[in-house]
Design a binder for this molecule. Structure first.
Ligand code: TXA
Ligand code: MG
Length: 311
């Protein structure tokens, strides 16, 4: 069995906000490396939302044991509407609160270029338009939507200063843009907008719409999301061969009908996971089998998702 790819390690540099820092951060993003920077809420760990490998690198750096869908940041409502479908209700909220600390969960457009790993395979997407000048400068420099969870390792508290990020993610990311302390210091409110305009508060936050959190709506812990994507077919794990009625998703030495990563690279496998699951779901075979994935690093998040899909 080939060794899973070594965890990337970096000499993390902290640069004060300015044109040079933004150019350097944009170069990292273009090369698929996540960088940390402030938003008005908390520091985010941002990567190109259209690049599945870059999004996988966010999970690798955070050490998250599961794939929770991430928030995508864009410059304005026009950019958001190129990614998701906004009905009149969603547009009204955007008009009133953007730019600012409100995240809207809306239906993902089929033709959007967003990597499936960003939404963890869901048909909806969480989007917000940040007001912070540093995040806005990076969005302008990169000219691509940026997926950005809070810039901390899994299970630790959200960072509101560059020093917090360095303590948590030092050595795991190439760069932190220091833009001072976050003004809000609390993660954005998350509201799902229904077709009929019904609003569901998924995470309370700085924007108060007078809603109370839905029972089971908060998605702070892995797996709490009610609508986790799972394939519609039965799934068999740790498969080294395919039965005649199975579509086999391979990894490393197990070739399969499609592979997550032929050379056993966990970042590549994470990037391919939801595409492979969707592909397997639409294959002519009635069942899905998946090769063993090492339970370490990103492999833990992959296995967490596969176990849920198989349950
Ligand atoms: O203030 C913030 O929102 C910060 C800054 C960096 O912008 N970002 C942030 O992102 O908190 P993150 O990835 O840590 O939070 C994402 C939350 C999770 O609870 C996730 O489950 C939920 O958003 N979420 C994302 N997409 C969703 C979807 N399609 N449906 C329901 N919940 C979703
Ligand atoms: Mg977080």
């Amino acid at each position: 069995m080939p060794m899973p790819s070594a965890k990337p390690s970096f000499d993390t540099v902290v640069r004060p906000y300015g044109m040079a820092a933004i150019a350097e951060a944009a170069a990292h993003v273009a090369a698929g490396r996540p960088v940390a920077l402030p938003t008005e809420t908390v520091y985010g760990l941002a990567a190109d939302a259209t690049n599945a490998h870059a999004v996988a690198a966010i999970y690798a750096a955070k050490g998250r044991p599961s794939f929770n869908p991430l928030i995508v940041h864009v410059l304005d409502l026009d950019a958001a509407e190129r990614i998701a479908n906004f009905n009149v209700h969603a547009r009204a909220l955007a008009a009133q609160y953007w730019p600012g600390p409100l995240t809207l969960v809306v239906p993902l457009r089929r033709d959007s270029a967003i990597a499936r790993l960003v939404t963890a395979g869901l048909s909806t997407i969480a989007i917000r338009v940040p007001s912070h000048p540093v995040m806005r400068a990076l969005l302008e420099a990169c000219a691509t939507p940026l997926a950005a969870p809070s810039a901390n390792t899994s299970g630790s508290i959200s960072p509101t200063r560059a020093a917090h990020v360095l303590t948590s993610l030092g050595g795991k990311i190439p760069m932190i843009v220091d833009g001072g302390a976050c003004t809000v210091g609390l993660e954005s409110s998350i509201v799902a907008v229904g077709d009929d305009g019904a609003l569901r508060l998924l995470r309370p936050g700085p924007v108060d719409l007078g809603l109370s959190v839905e029972h089971g709506g908060a998605i702070e812990a892995p797996g709490q999301l009610a609508s986790h994507y799972a394939p519609s077919k039965p799934l068999r794990l740790n498969a080294t061969y395919a039965e005649s009625d199975e579509w086999l998703i391979g990894f490393g030495p197990v070739a399969g009908d499609a592979t997550l990563s032929a050379n056993g690279d966990l970042i590549e496998a994470a990037a391919a996971l939801f595409d492979c699951l969707h592909h397997a779901d639409t294959s002519p075979k009635p069942r899905i089998a998946v090769a063993p994935i090492p339970d370490e690093g990103l492999g833990r998040a992959i296995n967490d998702r596969l176990l849920r899909a198989a349950a």
